[in-house]
Design a protein around this ligand. Structure first.
Ligand code: HEC
Ligand code: HEC
Ligand code: HEC
Ligand code: HEC
Ligand code: HEC
Ligand code: HEC
Ligand code: HEC
Ligand code: HEC
Length: 442
């Protein structure tokens, strides 16, 4: 037998070295004081203990002793009366075998924990399994939300006081009280749209705004007070849909299973075979109340709105890429501080344009014209998307109008940049607050 050739053993040896080195590097970078891929670059704020308890919660040591459920309730009636009242109003305190404070937090006061989903799983395996299983749909999803925030460069690189809210909302992954608030843990509350809008509102995801402007939201506002919220979210039980009716069909603890457009931040093919299956699921859902024909047409209208949006976004992208090719973006990536921990960015600084080149870097640390594109993409486009998805015509119109204005402004600025060449006046990003200030305060 002849010796294996060089092109066989060189890659083999290289991969034997590089693969373990890669694993070691990831392990090392996750072992810092923070959490996630960039954990060595930041330290947590105190409140992170509640939003990401697995990584950060440390019990108080002021109370010593192990207590039974009734003892917790007795003492906490004076320490935290509101919590005890909510618990007393919950199904947990009325169950045949009461679910006490200690069932969720533990008995030993110096070793208490903040209940993560796996604690609820000991009694609610169905919901927990559904929730965990959502991970297979990839981003965005509730189950992966914490990773998504921690591993975002615009979270890592900014002063923590400024990005605390990231974990507040993205904590939906690390505890089960986002939609049925502690300590009532009421299913009826979670069925209502208010349960979602603490997080699903604001410019990049105006679900709150668009739902309440839609016919469905208006029906909820007009009649919701009379509906019987103790009924599960199933066909026949509600005259108009709420967020959970549509996104957690039949009470299934998953929101990503029917997602076609994935938040609207990238162009996708809505007619792929996988997406055709999701479309059928949507039509089946709408058919609880509408003709399937009408539902199908409604979804086609969304596809058409998306196509128009991407026509505009790609025009802006290609203008930016043209400027980049001629090194006319100012300040250029070379002149701007790189994101910490971003080795490729340090070695090969390059302006990231569009989804595939990296969404995080577009959040700041960019030139004015790139910022303009970012606002067009992240705010106007996503607003128009949610308007079309939820049936709010005003948001569609506003979003497209704003995209037109941004595109026009990008055209004009591109013109100026081409004329001025490299002799640009401002340099705020070179000495701005996210450079030196940030290094000191992170
Ligand atoms: C003798 C009174 C007493 C008893 C009994 C008691 N607690 Fe507490 N608990 C307190 C006090 C006081 C605090 C606030 C401590 C602090 O902030 O330093 C507290 C705090 C807590 C906290 C909040 C911790 C945090 O970090 O936010 C939880 C959760 C808690 N108790 C759960 C329990 C559970 C579960 C039991 C029963 C196993 C229990 N407590 C029994 C007095 C008591
Ligand atoms: C069904 C599970 C469950 C039960 C039962 C329960 N808790 Fe909690 N508790 C939670 C969850 C979930 C959180 C939020 C955890 C987080 O923020 O990471 C929490 C948070 C807390 C906190 C800290 C946050 C705050 O709002 O101050 C205190 C204090 C607390 N619980 C006390 C109690 C007491 C006292 C009882 C009993 C009367 C009790 N809990 C019963 C699940 C439970
Ligand atoms: C020790 C077991 C146990 C644990 C732990 C537990 N639960 Fe429960 N839960 C129950 C029981 C029992 C009921 C009442 C079911 C019934 O009566 O059919 C219930 C009911 C509920 C309901 C339905 C309430 C309603 O309005 O219908 C929700 C929501 C809920 N739990 C959420 C949670 C969450 C979230 C956690 C974790 C923070 C949790 N539970 C932890 C046993 C538990
Ligand atoms: C505590 C905050 C919070 C609450 C409450 C919340 N969500 Fe979310 N939701 C998020 C975050 C964060 C994401 C994005 C996750 C990611 O980054 O991957 C998300 C993503 C989603 C998605 C997108 C899934 C996809 O694949 O595109 C849907 C749909 C959704 N949530 C529906 C709901 C509904 C319906 C409710 C109320 C019943 C709700 N959410 C309540 C924080 C929340
Ligand atoms: C008000 C609540 C809220 C805050 C604050 C928030 N997010 Fe989100 N985030 C969401 C929701 C909701 C979505 C999903 C939107 C959708 O699918 O329409 C989301 C989506 C995302 C996504 C895209 C998910 C994907 O998989 O593509 C990333 C990344 C993200 N958030 C990171 C962050 C970071 C980093 C911060 C802080 C700078 C932050 N978020 C602050 C609620 C929030
Ligand atoms: C995105 C919002 C949301 C989150 C997060 C969430 N739930 Fe729920 N939960 C709901 C809704 C909505 C219902 C009512 C479903 C229905 O009507 O059938 C519900 C109902 C329940 C019920 C009662 C089921 C029944 O048939 O009575 C339990 C138990 C429960 N959830 C447990 C959990 C657990 C455990 C977690 C964490 C893994 C969790 N929930 C996280 C929205 C949520
Ligand atoms: C009539 C059903 C319906 C109602 C009610 C509804 N949505 Fe939606 N939602 C949709 C549809 C359809 C889409 C587009 C899904 C797609 O094609 O990906 C969507 C998209 C979303 C997305 C982005 C997920 C994605 O796939 O891109 C989020 C997040 C979301 N909705 C949250 C909410 C919230 C929060 C509420 C309540 C305030 C709500 N929705 C009410 C039907 C509904
Ligand atoms: C639980 C019942 C229910 C579900 C589910 C539901 N709708 Fe509706 N929808 C209504 C009601 C009721 C109205 C107001 C009466 C009407 O216009 O038919 C309405 C109105 C509408 C309108 C406005 C119609 C007009 O003429 O202005 C559109 C568009 C719409 N729904 C689309 C959808 C889509 C798409 C879905 C699925 C993603 C859906 N609906 C799911 C009950 C529902």
């Amino acid at each position: 037998m002849s010796k294996p050739p060089r092109y066989f053993w060189i890659p083999l040896i290289l991969s034997l070295i590089l693969v373990p080195a890669g694993f070691w590097y990831v392990g090392w970078s996750k072992s810092g004081e923070g959490a996630g891929l960039y954990s060595r670059q930041w330290v947590p704020d105190a409140m992170f203990a509640y939003w990401n308890p697995t990584a950060f919660y440390k019990p108080v040591d002021t109370i010593v002793g192990k207590f039974e459920g009734e003892q917790c309730v007795a003492c906490h009636t004076s320490v935290t009366p509101g919590i005890v009242k909510d618990w007393q109003a919950s199904r947990h305190s009325h169950a045949e075998k009461k679910v006490y404070c200690s069932n969720c937090h533990g008995n030993d006061h110096q070793a208490l924990h903040m209940p993560t989903p796996d604690i609820c799983a000991t009694c609610h395996a169905t919901q927990h399994n559904q929730f965990e299983d959502e991970k297979r749909f990839g981003f965005p999803s509730h189950a992966l939300a914490m990773e998504r925030a921690l591993d975002a460069k615009h979270f890592v690189d900014k002063p923590k006081a400024e990005v605390t809210a990231c974990l507040h909302c993205h904590s939906v992954a690390s505890k089960c009280d986002s939609c049925h608030t502690r300590h009532r843990f009421s299913a009826a509350e979670a069925r209502r749209p208010e349960a979602c809008i603490t997080c699903h509102s604001g410019p990049p995801h105006p679900d709150d705004e668009t739902y309440f402007h839609s016919k469905h939201g208006q029906l909820y506002l007009a009649q919701g007070a009379q509906w019987d919220w103790s009924k599960p979210l199933r066909k026949g039980n509600y005259p108009a849909p709420t967020c959970a009716y549509c996104h957690m069909q039949d009470g299934k603890h998953q929101v990503a299973d029917k997602s076609i457009w994935k938040f609207g931040i990238q162009k996708i093919n809505p007619l792929s075979s996988g997406n055709e299956i999701k479309r059928k699921q949507w039509i089946k859902l709408c058919s609880d109340c509408h003709e399937p024909e009408m539902a199908a047409k409604s979804l086609t209208a969304l596809d058409q709105e998306r196509k128009r949006a991407w026509d505009k976004l790609f025009q802006a992208e290609s203008l930016l890429k043209g400027l980049r090719r001629k090194s006319l973006l100012y300040p250029s990536a070379r002149q701007r501080p790189p994101y910490p921990g971003d080795a490729p960015d340090k070695l090969w600084p390059r302006e990231a344009i569009g989804f595939l080149e990296g969404q995080s870097s577009a959040f700041y640390n960019v030139s004015p014209i790139e910022r303009n594109y970012f606002e067009m993409w992240y705010f106007s486009n996503l607003g128009a998307y949610k308007g079309a998805a939820h049936g709010d015509a005003s948001f569609v119109a506003k979003g497209h109008q704003a995209m037109e204005l941004s595109l026009e402004s990008i055209r004009k600025q591109a013109e100026t940049l081409r004329t001025l060449g490299k002799t640009q006046p401002t340099n705020i990003w070179l000495n701005g607050e996210y450079t030196d200030y940030n290094r000191e305060h992170n």
